[in-house]
Write a protein that binds this ligand. Structure first.
Ligand code: HGY
Ligand code: MN
Ligand code: MN
Length: 400
């Protein structure tokens, strides 16, 4: 499976993946998923929001156990964030078949569409639409950097954008969703465990800061005469770092666009996207309010107009304790051995779905903690441990 996925959407220069929603690379990933489903005799289904499903057993029976993740990536992402959960799901099913497990509940493997939000700016679009956490109206207005809207992109990729919307009937069939994911930190490396269980996802969001000044000649405009939004932007980036440090949170400006984007022109517009996350809501509020306040002070000083728009927000997710404890018991194997339970600052489809259905996550050790980068890595032994753990969990949930 890894061999087949390896070339899809891979950039030769960076070695990273550019698998953006509804592009050719995404289409190739989806074709791969469908082929994996069909080669195992699973019933393939595409839902109204473009999420893919591979069913073993009859979905209408209800109380299904579902596992999977996503196949799209951030710009120059690694091989594991997303695909590890999908590959491990198919491998866990193979393992359960080898064990001759008898399924008492329907089982499905999923690929949720557009998890990273790399193209349209909003993460987890497929699961948000399904859970009714993104309105059809708002989804239809999502636009990529080239001005292509989500409906246009879906249509160009051969999907029906008219069909998108909440899918409560589908969610009602699911008794438990378990997403396996590469850990995006070093907690398991430090504790010396190959696999852990998720406790919670930090509240997180994305804010767009538009700094508007005045375009002018870089060579002839005296410094005192400038209204340069790049200066205000730069000061805001430093403020973000300061506020996050003070609060024990994180804040990142990782994306920027500049107009007119000329070497010899003072910019008229600098647009920067802030991603900020914290362990609790009030800390996150403090950080973002502090950054915005600092930005407004700098803007006033330099004659810059500033607009701040919250583009997305995901509240704290505390995974259901009963399911989480069940996973702990299954993985402890009755030995009382405890599996680490850890929180994360990364968002996931499991977090979006957890408000509608019981959801849980398994994490696989990441020896460097690096993620959203071509350097993202997990050792083969740990990936195998992840598959075994997922198979044990699915067996415990679906076969007993
Ligand atoms: O956490 C994120 O940035 C995304 O939801 N994976
Ligand atoms: Mn990610
Ligand atoms: Mn992911």
């Amino acid at each position: 499976m890894w061999r087949e996925l390896r070339p899809i959407g891979r950039n030769g220069d960076s070695g990273g993946y550019r698998r953006y929603a509804w592009t050719g690379a995404d289409t190739d990933c989806r074709a791969w998923f469908k082929a994996q489903a069909e080669s195992r005799g699973l019933t393939y289904e595409l839902d109204r929001n473009g999420n893919q499903w591979a069913w073993l057993g009859d979905p209408s029976q209800g109380n299904a156990v579902v596992t999977g993740s996503h196949l799209d990536s951030v710009p120059d992402g690694g091989a594991f964030d997303g695909p590890l959960g999908v590959v491990s799901a198919f491998a866990a099913l193979d393992e359960l078949r080898a064990r001759k497990a008898a399924f008492r509940r329907p089982l499905a493997i999923t690929n949720f569409g557009d998890e990273e939000g790399a193209r349209f700016g909003l993460a987890c679009v497929g699961s948000r639409l399904t859970a009714g956490k993104l309105t059809v109206d708002a989804a239809q207005r999502l636009t990529d950097a080239d001005g292509v809207t989500l409906p246009q992109a879906m249509e160009a990729a051969g999907y029906d954008p008219e069909a998108i919307g909440p899918d409560p009937e589908r969610l009602a069939r699911i008794g438990a969703f378990v997403e396996l994911h590469l850990e995006q930190g070093r907690a398991l490396d430090l504790s010396g465990d190959p696999v852990g269980i998720a406790s919670a996802i930090w509240p997180h969001g994305r804010w767009r800061f538009d700094f508007r000044g005045e375009a002018n000649h870089a060579g002839t405009t005296r410094l005192v005469d400038r209204r340069d939004p790049m200066l205000t932007y730069a000061e805001t980036v430093l403020a973000a770092r300061r506020e996050a440090e003070l609060a024990g949170a994180v804040a990142t400006f990782g994306k920027i666009s500049v107009e007119p984007n000329g070497v010899n022109a003072i910019p008229s517009l600098v647009r920067g996207w802030l991603d900020s996350r914290a362990a609790d809501q009030s800390t996150l509020d403090t950080v973002v309010t502090g950054i915005e306040k600092a930005a407004r002070e700098y803007a006033d000083r330099h004659g810059i107009d500033l607009d701040v728009v919250r583009e997305s927000f995901t509240p704290v997710v505390e995974f259901e304790h009963a399911l989480r404890d069940e996973l702990g018991t299954i993985l402890g194997g009755g030995t009382g051995r405890s599996v680490p339970v850890l929180g994360t600052g990364a968002g996931h489809d499991a977090g979006i779905l957890s408000e509608s259905i019981p959801a849980a996550m398994l994490f696989v050790r990441n020896p460097t903690g690096i993620s959203h980068s071509p350097a993202e890595f997990a050792a083969e032994d740990d990936c195998v441990a992840g598959v075994t753990a997922l198979a044990d969990v699915l067996e415990g949930l679906a076969c007993r």
